[in-house]
Design a protein around this ligand. Structure first.
Ligand SMILES: *Cc1c(COP(=O)(O)O)cnc(C)c1O
Length: 476
């Protein structure tokens, strides 16, 4: 099992080699040479497995280069009772009307990024130790992705994290979550500027190949294939749990649909991967908020990313995207895995600001199973209110976007599973607006706001950042 680039310019490499790289060496994204296939009999034989055991089976298909017992140990350590609040790791909550919420936010930062990051933290440490290398992660965050990376990489050998955040622009909770980490290898840097300034600093460093190489700089963004593969596991899990109650004779091939609150197209792409591997998934419904470039794309076949100025700040902020960095992997499939057609499409994007696949659009649903929809602030508020009143379940705004769009795409007789991407406790304002209920932080995070915080304040100054990284970078 080897990995190649969507743009065709990379020699096939094993799984452990692509974990360390965000992009393929030619600027494309890494994809499996062939999709690993799981037969219905194999799928059925996994029914009795715990979440970490199932993760081992699924990830072994992606990573035959990692010995099975090492992979099993990493999955146990990633998906442990210490890291995840629910004993089953991913609990399913039925809401009636054939809608079920799949709980992906039981991890340390109360959001679904933990599902992939916890595994990536284990596997990066392992691969680095085996190759005697160090890795210094430089990232920029406006809140959530940064904390998932920090919680996954804290205390890991051979890894340091330099996370840039905009000074004074995160919630008290987000700040406390990140800045209260006191591990030596975690460096929180508050930049005197906005999120875009942080991102520009990060880009400047990553484009300086000499500096990058000298200090072993890397990133763990949402195009990392380790994340995509780890996320496919919970689609297997959700299908197995949803079909547990069926008579054994009816399970094989029993179709369910998923609705996925989406931003960078990473989560739903993992669902597509699970579908091609053999999970009986009928529809993958993409839920967008007001920043609905992807809903437009799935309805029209035209992909037209927006500028930062055209991107709204909404009450489901983790879906506020202007372009969707993982979409290239889907377009690659649509174009018949032809790197030349793919590269031509991306040239068209660079020249005209859009990719026109209107001729292929009917295949998006018929062949690949994708549908899409949009949800607004008013929809989120109404959905949170309704689901709380009807079922006594509180939703976060991203999951509410998912439920709203899921309800529009339900088909009789086909269970619809909606991925819960965050806990409502992270978004108390909208919960208050919708239900009148004041929710506090969950019990296991009590005291978080009072813990001592450690952060380095810095001007929006590339030279100062370089000096800081040179001084604190980890080495082997
Ligand atoms: C990251 C994130 C999303 C979007 O996921 P993608 O993989 O980028 O599509 C949705 N909801 C929450 C809460 C997130 O943190």
């Amino acid at each position: 099992m080897k990995y190649i680039s969507t743009r065709g310019g990379m020699e096939p490499v094993p799984y452990s080699a692509i974990l360390l790289e965000g992009l393929a060496t030619d600027g494309g994204l890494a994809v499996p040479e062939t999709t690993p296939v799981v037969t219905p009999e194999e799928l059925e034989s996994w029914r009795g497995l715990s979440y970490p055991e199932l993760a081992t089976e699924v990830l072994a298909r992606f990573a035959p280069d990692i010995p099975r017992e090492d992979l099993a140990r990493m999955c146990r350590d990633a998906y442990s009772a210490e890291n995840f609040a629910a004993p089953e790791i991913v609990p399913l909550t039925p809401l009636g009307d054939e809608l079920t919420v799949v709980g992906l936010s039981e991890g340390p930062t109360l959001a679904f990024k933990d599902m992939a990051m916890q595994f990536l933290g284990q596997s990066l440490e392992y691969v680095l130790a085996r190759s005697d290398r160090a890795l210094n992660i430089v990232g920029a965050t406006s809140g959530d992705t940064g904390s998932a990376a920090e919680y996954a990489l804290r205390g890991k050998d051979g890894i340091a994290v330099f996370m840039l955040s905009p000074q004074g622009r995160m919630s008290d909770f987000q700040r406390a979550q990140m800045y209260s980490l006191t591990d030596e290898n975690i460096h929180n840097i508050a930049i005197d500027g906005v999120f875009d300034d942080c991102q520009n600093l990060m880009k400047a460093l990553s484009e300086d190949l000499e500096f990058k190489r000298a200090h072993d700089l890397g990133a763990v963004n949402s195009v990392n294939l380790g994340r995509v593969s780890a996320q496919s596991v919970y689609y297997f899990w959700a299908w197995l749990r949803q079909t547990d109650a069926l008579p054994a004779a009816e399970r094989a091939g029993y179709e369910v649909s998923f609705t996925v609150p989406s931003g960078n197209f990473g989560n739903i792409l993992s669902g597509y991967t699970a579908k091609t591997m053999g999970v009986p998934i009928r529809r993958l419904v993409l839920a967008a908020n007001e920043n609905n470039v992807l809903d437009d794309f799935f309805r029209s076949g035209v992909y037209a990313p927006r500028s930062a100025a055209e991107t709204h700040a909404t009450s489901s902020p983790s879906m506020d995207i202007s372009k969707a960095s993982n979409l290239e992997r889907f377009v690659y499939e649509v174009l018949g895995r032809d790197p030349e057609r793919l590269a031509a499409a991306w040239r068209e994007l660079a020249e005209t600001g859009r990719i026109d696949l209107a001729a292929e659009q009917p295949r998006f649903e018929a062949e690949f199973g994708f549908q899409s929809g949009t949800s607004t602030h008013a929809d989120r508020v109404e959905t949170i209110r309704d689901v709380s009143a009807r079922y006594g379940v509180l939703l976060d705004p991203h999951t509410a976007d998912g439920i709203k769009v899921a309800r529009e795409h339900r088909e009789p007789g086909v269970p619809m599973l909606v991925l819960e991407t965050a806990k409502p406790a992270k978004f108390p304002e909208i919960v208050l607006e919708a239900t009148g209920e004041r929710i506090g932080v969950p019990e296991r995070l009590a005291g978080l706001l009072e813990r001592p915080q450690r952060v380095t304040e810095m001007a929006d100054d590339e030279a100062a950042l370089r000096a800081y990284i040179s001084e604190h970078a980890t080495t082997r």
